[in-house]
Design a protein around this ligand. Structure first.
Ligand code: ADP
Length: 600
């Protein structure tokens, strides 16, 4: 079989996505591979297709125990013999799977890195031919990332212990050069084919809100106006998860919760309820989501700002893996910065030296600053994200809240210059709110304490509203005319002086008249879609798999639109391979027929 035939037969897709083919070709030709692709880009296909074409077994090393079960379930559904080894298996299950693996029953074996060194597992390695080792979430090998796993550092020993060195592939969504270099070094990749695909996810709509008067009401409204849609709401603390989940449940919304303070049993139950579609909304801390590949998440709302754009894009990117339009909304308030600073200060890793930890902290603070700029910028959000990840940007995407906002351009040159001058006049001692009181000529205990009231400039911007001052100061921080120092003070920079020769024009959002976002989420034959969805749900329940493992929403929409009536038409749908066609065509086609004849 050719690689395209494998793609269609097992996965139901007609063509490869960007990057997949190059990586697969490298692996098939015996070259190591490093694939850096954003969440949802389709990294799994890059190792699952070669696994079906190479002799012997492919071992997939993954840190995500929760994901293994789903991935193996999905592979089995597609007709691929696969199993997994991790701590969730009972001893009996473990030895049974081991026996079958030794007998050559599996093409793909998922394993947690800790298991590699266990004798019983290494016996597979001795008795069977392992032709390919794929390392998923390969950034876990890097101490510079937030997901560092010491057990990843031992992977190369396992590979070297094999009788024949297999081809090694590493896959991650983390793009920084440092992490990439660590992956190559620590996994000992040999002249790997390295492929970095674009980071843009065109189906995702980005939106930010600053200082909403009531974030809970916003979320309630959003969920109510997006019925039957599955989504995740991330909160910054366990306490906030509890409160918000209660508020949603009290309002009759089908919601559940997840955070590290719950028992393992409850976390598993709640996660399953969300994945299997019994609950629509998951309210969670960032403990939730690693390894969740539910493809039909239609929105991810951040009720509070995460600590970096890497974390934000990873979490927000859990929306729309099936390629359908989905929303990523960030609700930001200034207090989020302080909470994150606190969390960064608390963060310590006993495996690192004090100076290494300090270097990591400094980097974390820099990342937090750039995250804050994302939350406050009035320019295109997608452009900001792409540039952050080292791409050339897209200018104006027309698919984010800033591009769709109706803005006025306001010349604030004078006020901006005065604000910078007053930072100097107050000897860089003021936090933002103190400085605003200073320029507006307000009483303020700290200004008095530091004897700043009688300084020149006091009251020089008394007619400007605090909101406008905030917009100006955010602009000055983003553009590097000011920076923040210890105790949240505003400080001058090397660039501050240049403000005297600049014209400062900021974009100010009009409260009214926001342009409509592209609502083209309407699909053909919604009634038929509902019938098909119900059928999928019944099948999923009886087979005990998540609905999207049977067919993605995308496949169901295509089914409702194309209305296939024969097996060969059914086979043409994206996401329908041979096995699924055999298994499900006769379940869905009768529904389509009765819909057409109006007898449904
Ligand atoms: P990643 O691991 O990169 O986050 P996945 O491997 O989970 O992404 O793939 C995301 C989604 O894209 C899955 O639903 C997968 O079936 C789908 N997909 C992968 N490759 C293709 C392709 N060539 N054509 C269409 N859909 C694809």
């Amino acid at each position: 079989m050719t690689k395209l035939e494998v793609l269609k037969k097992y996965f139901g897709y007609d063509s490869f996505r960007e990057g997949q083919e190059e990586l697969i070709d490298a692996v098939l030709s015996g070259q190591d591979a490093l694939g850096i692709m954003p969440t949802g880009a389709g990294k799994s296909v890059c190792y699952q297709v070669p696994a079906m074409m190479l002799p012997g077994i492919t071992v997939v090393i993954s840190p995500l125990i929760s994901l293994m079960k789903d991935q193996v379930g999905a592979l089995n559904q597609a007709g691929i013999p696969a199993c997994y080894f991790n701590s969730s298996l009972s001893q009996h299950e473990y030895f049974e799977a081991l026996e079958l693996a030794r007998a050559g029953e599996y093409k793909i074996i998922y394993v947690a890195p800790e298991r590699l060194e266990i004798d019983s597992f290494s016996s597979i390695a001795e008795e069977c031919e392992i032709s390919f080792v794929a390392v998923d979430e390969a950034h876990c090998v890097s101490q510079w990332g937030q997901d560092f796993r010491p057990s990843y550092l031992k992977i190369h020993r396992f590979i070297e212990s094999l009788p024949h060195r297999p081809v090694v592939g590493a896959f991650t969504a983390t793009a920084t050069k440092r992490v990439r270099d660590d992956i190559i070094t620590h996994l000992r990749l040999s002249f790997p084919k390295t492929l970095v695909t674009g980071f843009d996810r065109p189906n995702l709509y980005f939106e930010t809100h600053r200082s909403l008067p009531n974030r809970t009401n916003f979320i309630l409204d959003y969920v109510r106006t997006h019925p039957n849609q599955s989504g995740i709401v991330y909160c910054i603390s366990r306490n906030k998860v509890e409160k918000l989940c209660d508020a949603l449940c009290n309002a009759g919304i089908s919601a559940t919760r997840y955070h590290a303070g719950l028992s393992q049993e409850e976390r598993r139950r709640n996660q399953d309820a969300f994945i299997y579609g019994d609950k629509l909304v998951m309210v969670a801390t960032n403990a939730f989501g690693m390894g969740i590949d539910k493809s039909d998440v239609r929105f991810v709302i951040h009720n509070g700002m995460p600590k970096s754009l890497e974390a934000y894009y990873q979490e927000a990117g859990r929306a729309g893996r099936d390629g359908l339009k989905s929303d990523c909304i960030l609700l930001y308030a200034a207090g989020d910065v302080r909470t994150n600073q606190f969390l960064i200060d608390q963060n310590s890793n006993p495996e690192l030296s004090e100076s290494e930890q300090q270097a990591i902290r400094a980097k974390d603070l820099e990342r937090l600053k750039l995250m804050t700029f994302y939350a406050t910028t009035t320019d295109c959000l997608r452009d900001y994200i792409l540039k952050y990840f080292g791409e050339s940007g897209c200018g104006h995407c027309n698919n984010c809240s800033n591009c769709l906002a109706q803005c006025d351009e306001v010349d604030v040159t004078n006020a901006a210059r005065k604000l910078v001058a007053c930072v100097a006049m107050t000897s860089e001692k003021c936090s933002q709110s103190m400085l605003f009181d200073f320029v507006r000529g307000k009483e303020n205990e700290k200004l008095e304490k530091f004897h700043l009231i009688d300084r020149k400039g006091y009251g020089c911007l008394k007619d400007i509203s605090p909101k406008r001052l905030k917009e100006i100061s955010e602009y000055l921080l983003r553009s590097g005319y000011l920076k923040t120092g210890d105790y949240y003070t505003l400080r001058l920079t090397e660039k501050s002086h240049d403000i005297l020769s600049e014209t400062v024009v900021i974009k100010v959002t009009k409260e009214q008249g926001k342009r409509e976002k592209d609502k083209s989420r309407t699909y053909d034959n919604p009634r038929l879609f509902e019938k098909l969805r119900q059928k999928r749900s019944e099948l999923a329940k009886s087979e005990r798999v998540p609905p999207y493992v049977i067919f993605s929403d995308k496949t169901l929409h295509e089914m409702a639109s194309n209305m296939p009536l024969t097996e060969s038409q059914f086979m043409m749908l994206s996401g329908v391979g041979t096995r699924k066609c055999e298994k499900y065509a006769n379940e869905f086609i009768p529904l389509i027929k009765s819909f057409i004849t109006g007898r449904e």
